[in-house]
Design a protein around this ligand. Structure first.
Ligand SMILES: [Zn+2]
Length: 392
């Protein structure tokens, strides 16, 4: 039921200025109008807001999650390039707390990527009912076959500034992130072009050395895709991409916090290395997320899911995850030991800042969109609102 004016009471509200328990959040016409303690409400507020009050029963009220790296869910993939597929993906992830996301493409032909750009642009213009698409994240095809993971090596090429110029002209502002291997020819020029056009440049599926990543960061590289996965690992005499990501403050690190792609100890190492504003949790979810075990497709490659873990059917490579943002959030609390407000920053404010939407969403502050997640005290989702509307 859509309802864009209401009052959440009896909540632990996580805000950038601290957590308010016995808190109240007033939403009017889809925006946050008031945040405070119930004991501090005026009589007029108590009386006026009582009719549309929702008792949060002492649970958490968090800013909606923002997923910068998600390929699909509930049987659909962004490469499908249809509004039915995009409704299925955004409904599924909204139910798991995501209120904004980047539609993430796979390594595929220019024509296939073009279809995704057209479809996402259309979908955003039609008005979105569930999780809001904030733009496109192109994961490849400008990556290195040596660390191909579950991406199709057949389509991997050097970065093509001509493609970026064409998409930028046809769909201004739609490209929000391009993930590439910084050791490829033209990578530094591509990174400079991307950053000059307000697009994140991320290191992904890369065999680069530590020095190559440092040179890329000097050119503007500002993000690393699924840290530790599909990149050169740390050796104490050869710190590789992972060593550069851990130690270079210019690079915001993505992490798949499912406990399968990266050992919890390595996630802990990452949280201790990165400044609090330089880490984001992502799902890297594929179409199999929310579905039973079986056979799926990921960018044209066959994937088998067993016990919720996806691997390429040929070979053994981990394919995308079946993670949801709320599960990643719980894992960061339960296996990694962060507090709920600490994880909230990694799930909402940091990704909002990274793609330049923190003026409208990413935290619970007066004037921002009411993109909210209400959970019980064990972080089980009770309800999610996107711009003050719920469809659960
Ligand atoms: Zn991915």
């Amino acid at each position: 039921m859509a309802n864009s004016t209401f009052t959440l009471t009896n909540a632990c509200v996580v805000t950038p200025n601290g957590t308010l328990c016995d808190g109240v959040v007033r939403v009017e016409n889809g925006r946050i109008a008031f945040i405070g303690k119930r004991s501090e409400l005026t009589e007029a507020q108590q009386l006026g807001w009582a009719p549309d009050a929702i008792d949060a029963h002492g649970g958490w009220v968090l800013p909606g999650f923002i997923d910068l790296h998600v390929h699909g869910g509930f049987g659909s993939d962004f490469m499908d390039a249809t509004s039915d597929a995009y409704n299925a993906i955004t409904k599924f992830h909204m139910e798991h707390g995501t209120t904004a996301m980047l539609a993430t493409s796979m390594t595929q032909s220019r024509e296939a990527l073009d279809r995704v750009m057209v479809a996402v642009d259309d979908y955003m213009k039609q008005g979105m009912k569930y999780t809001q698409l904030a733009g496109v994240h192109l994961e490849g095809p400008f990556v290195n076959p040596k660390y191909k993971g579950a991406q199709n090596a057949e389509f991997m090429i050097d970065p093509q500034i001509g493609w970026f110029e064409d998409w930028h002209a046809r769909f201004p502002g739609l490209m929000k992130q391009v993930s590439l291997a910084p050791e490829r020819n033209n990578a530094l020029e591509a990174i400079r072009w991307l950053r000059a056009h307000a697009v994140n440049a991320a290191a992904a599926h890369t065999a680069a050395t530590y020095d190559e990543v440092t040179r890329a960061a000097n050119a503007g590289l500002n993000q690393a895709v699924h840290t530790f996965n599909a990149m050169t690992p740390i050796h104490h005499r050869d710190p590789g991409v992972a060593g550069a990501v851990l130690t270079d403050d210019r690079i915001t690190a993505e992490i798949i916090a499912d406990g399968i792609h990266v050992h919890p100890a390595c996630i802990k190492m990452l949280t201790r290395s990165k400044a609090p504003g330089k880490l984001v949790i992502i799902t890297d979810a594929m179409s199999a997320a929310g579905m039973p075990d079986g056979q799926y497709d990921l960018g044209g490659l066959a994937v088998t899911m067993r016990h919720g873990v996806c691997r390429l059917t040929e070979g053994d490579s981990l394919a995308g995850s079946t993670l949801t943002m709320i599960q990643a959030f719980k894992n960061m609390v339960n296996f990694v030991g962060l507090t709920v407000p600490e994880v909230s920053q990694l799930a909402s404010l940091n990704p909002a800042q990274q793609i330049g939407i923190a003026d409208v969403t990413g935290s619970i502050e007066v004037g921002k969109q009411a993109d909210l997640v209400w959970t019980d005290s064990e972080l089980n989702i009770q309800r999610v609102w996107v711009k003050g509307s719920t469809h659960m």
